[in-house]
Each structure stands twice: as structure tokens, then as C-alpha cells.
Design a protein. Structure first.
Length: 88
């Protein structure tokens, strides 16, 4: 429930369709203004597990640290959520 809510909150605060954020198996959202992606694998993808995601949105883990430690897979030029996280 916390993962889904926080994904909804991210997309409300940073509306758009240029980055797909995946937290399997709990949810996925699109956010960040920019070119819209409609077919196939999106060019800008962020993916992590639920524990890492919740640590990022609450500020317990920083974006750069999580990426450096391999806790977050981020691909694409727009797949940097450091300006959007934490949500608090």
C-alpha cells in the first residue's frame, strides 16, 4: 500500500510520461515532463525493490547513494529522480 501510494504521489508531484518507475511486483508509474513514450520498453526507466523505494521516498537513503550501491537500476538521460526524492 505504501509503495502504491508513494508512486501515485510521485506522479502527482512530477506529472509527465517520460520516465517509468517500476517497483515490482507492487506498482509502476510514469512521471517527469518530457517526450511521451507509448510503445515497447521506455527509454527512461527506474527500477528497484520495495524496501529501497520506501527508503528513497522517506529520505532514509539518498538517490546517488542508492544508484552507486546498485540498489536502483536507472537507465536513460531523464532517469534521475534526485530532484523529486524524498517525497516528504
Amino acid at each position: 500500500m505504501a509503495v502504491r501510494y508513494s508512486l501515485e504521489e510521485l506522479s502527482a508531484r512530477a506529472p509527465g510520461n517520460s520516465v517509468e518507475v517500476r517497483v515490482p511486483p507492487f506498482g509502476v508509474t510514469q512521471c517527469i515532463a518530457g517526450p511521451r513514450h507509448t510503445r515497447g520498453t521506455p527509454p527512461n526507466v527506474v527500477e528497484c525493490d520495495a524496501g529501497t523505494w520506501l527508503a528513497l521516498v522517506t529520505g532514509q537513503t539518498g538517490w546517488g547513494d542508492a544508484v552507486d550501491r546498485g540498489l536502483v537500476a536507472a537507465s536513460g538521460l531523464r532517469a534521475d529522480l534526485s530532484g523529486e526524492l524524498p517525497l516528504g
